[in-house]
Design a protein around this ligand. Structure first.
Ligand code: PMP
Length: 405
C-alpha cells in the first residue's frame, strides 16, 4: 500500500487519542471507519439536493434520481454485474432475508447452509423452514477451519433448491471455494447464495466469475454508511422470487385487486430508498477502486500473517482458522487459555486503546464446534499498519504478565 500515513488522514476517527495513545481500530469485521470523502458525499446530498427519487419531473428530483441510479451502476461495476441485477437493501441480513422470504418455495424444498455461517445466513433459513416447510441441512467445518466440501456435496439431492454459504467466515477468516460450490449447486439444478459481507470489502470480486445466483453485502463494512447494502440477483433468477414487501416503486401498474411488478431491480425496492446511503456507498467504492482491491488484499495478507505470528509466539493462545494467509482473509479470532475474551478485549482497550471484538460474533454454533464459549477477534482493513500490530503484541504481553498466564 502506497503512502499509508496520507491515506490514514482521510479517516477523521483515526485522530482520536486516549491518554496520549492513538486509537487502534481492529474491529473492521463489525464495521469500518468512514473516509472524509464518504462523509462529504452524504452531507452534500442533504445540503444540495435532498429530494426524493423516481417521483418528480422537477430538477431537484431528477438530480436525486440521477445520483441514486449512477451510484447503483458504479457499485454494480465494482462487483461485475449490470445495474438491473443490483438491488439496494439495508444490509447483508436484509439481502439474505429477501431471498428467504421471496423464493416461491415448494414444501419439501431443501436448503443447504454450513455451520460456519453468521446467524444472518442461518436464521432466515430456519424461519423459512418453519414457515414454508423447507428442509434445512448443514455442511460441517473441519478442524483446520476449512469447509467440508465433500460433505456439502453429499448433502445435495434433487430437492435442493438453494445452497447458502459465506464467501469468507467472519470468525475463521476462511475463504470458501465459491466457484466449486456453484458447480455443485448448478449440477443439481439448485441456486447459490453467497454471503459476501466479509469478502466484497477485502478482495476483488466478480459475481460472474464466482457464478453465484445471489450475493449479499453491507455498505458499512466497506467504508460506506450504515443502512445501505446490496443484493445481486442474477438476471432471470428474479422470476424465482415474489417480492416479500409491497408498496410504491415496486409496481408498474396498480388496480384495486391486482398489480403488475416493476422491472428489475426496482421491484425489490418498495418505498423511499436510502438515497444518501447509496450515494455514500458509491463514493466508498470509488475510494476503494482508486487504491485497488488487489493492493488492499495484499496489505491485509501481510497484516494477518504478522498477527498470526505474534499470537503463535505467545504461549497459551489458540488461533482459529487456516494458518496459511492465502487461504484466509484479514481477521484473526483467538483465545488465551483460562481468560475470558471479554476481559482480553477490555484490557487491550484500557492498556493500549485497541478496539477488538469479543463474544461469539453472531456465530454461536461455529464456536461450539471448536469447543469455545467465545473468542477475541482482531480484524484489519486498509488503514491498519504493522506498527499497530506491535502495539497489539505489547498489549497482549502485558495482559499475560498481569494475569500471570
Ligand atoms: N454475514 C457475515 C459473514 C458477517 O460478518 C456479517 C456482519 N458481522 C453479516 C453477515 C451481517 O451483516 P449486517 O449486520 O451488516 O447485515
Amino acid at each position: 500500500m502506497k503512502d499509508l500515513s496520507k491515506l490514514r488522514e482521510d479517516f477523521p476517527v483515526l485522530s482520536r487519542r486516549r491518554n496520549g495513545k492513538p486509537l487502534i481500530y481492529f474491529d473492521n469485521a463489525a464495521t469500518t471507519l468512514k473516509p472524509r470523502q464518504v462523509i462529504d458525499a452524504v452531507k452534500s446530498y442533504y445540503e444540495n439536493c435532498s429530494a426524493n427519487v423516481h417521483r418528480g419531473v422537477y430538477e431537484l428530483s431528477q438530480e436525486a434520481t440521477d445520483l441514486y441510479e449512477d451510484s447503483r451502476s458504479r457499485i454494480a461495476d465494482f462487483i461485475g454485474c449490470k445495474s438491473n441485477e443490483l438491488v439496494f437493501v439495508r444490509n447483508t441480513t436484509e439481502g439474505i432475508n429477501l431471498v428467504a422470504y421471496g423464493i416461491k418455495w415448494i414444501p419439501g424444498d431443501e436448503v443447504i447452509s454450513t455451520v460456519m455461517e453468521h446467524h444472518s445466513n442461518m436464521i432466515p433459513w430456519q424461519i423459512a423452514s418453519k414457515r414454508f416447510g423447507v428442509e434445512l441441512k448443514y455442511a460441517g467445518v473441519k478442524q483446520d477451519g476449512q469447509l467440508d466440501l465433500d460433505e456439502l456435496e453429499q448433502l445435495v439431492t434433487d430437492r435442493t433448491r438453494l445452497i447458502a454459504v459465506c464467501h469468507v467466515s467472519n470468525v475463521l477468516g476462511t475463504i470458501n471455494d465459491v466457484k466449486r460450490i456453484a458447480r455443485i449447486a448448478h449440477d443439481h439444478g439448485a441456486l447459490l447464495l453467497v454471503d459476501a459481507a466479509q469478502s466484497v470489502p477485502h478482495m476483488p470480486i466478480n459475481v460472474k466469475e464466482l457464478d453465484c445466483d445471489f450475493l449479499a453485502f453491507s455498505g458499512h463494512k466497506l467504508l460506506g454508511p450504515t443502512g445501505i447494502g446490496c443484493l445481486y440477483i442474477r438476471e432471470g433468477v428474479e422470476e424465482e422470487l415474489e417480492p416479500p414487501f409491497g408498496g410504491g416503486e415496486m409496481i408498474s401498474h396498480v388496480e384495486l385487486y391486482s398489480y403488475r411488478l416493476n422491472d428489475m431491480p426496482w421491484r425489490f425496492e418498495p418505498g423511499t430508498p436510502n438515497i444518501a446511503g447509496a450515494i455514500g456507498l458509491a463514493t466508498a467504492v470509488d475510494y476503494l477502486k482508486s487504491i485497488g482491491m488487489e493492493s488492499i488484499r495484499e496489505h491485509e495478507k501481510q497484516l494477518t500473517a504478522r498477527a498470526i505470528e505474534i499470537l503463535k509466539e505467545l504461549d497459551g493462545i489458540e488461533v482459529y482458522g487456516p494458518t496459511d494467509p492465502e487461504k484466509r482473509c484479514g481477521l484473526v479470532a483467538f483465545n488465551l487459555k483460562g481468560v475470558s475474551g471479554e476481559l482480553i478485549a477490555a484490557l487491550l482497550d484500557e492498556f493500549e486503546n485497541i478496539a477488538v471484538r469479543s463474544g461469539f460474533h453472531c456465530a454461536q454454533p461455529l464456536h461450539k464446534v471448536f469447543g469455545a464459549q467465545s473468542s477475541v477477534r482482531a480484524s484489519f482493513y486498509l488503514y491498519n499498519t504493522l506498527d499497530e500490530l506491535e502495539v497489539f503484541k505489547r498489549g497482549l504481553e502485558r495482559i499475560k504478565n498481569e494475569l500471570g498466564k
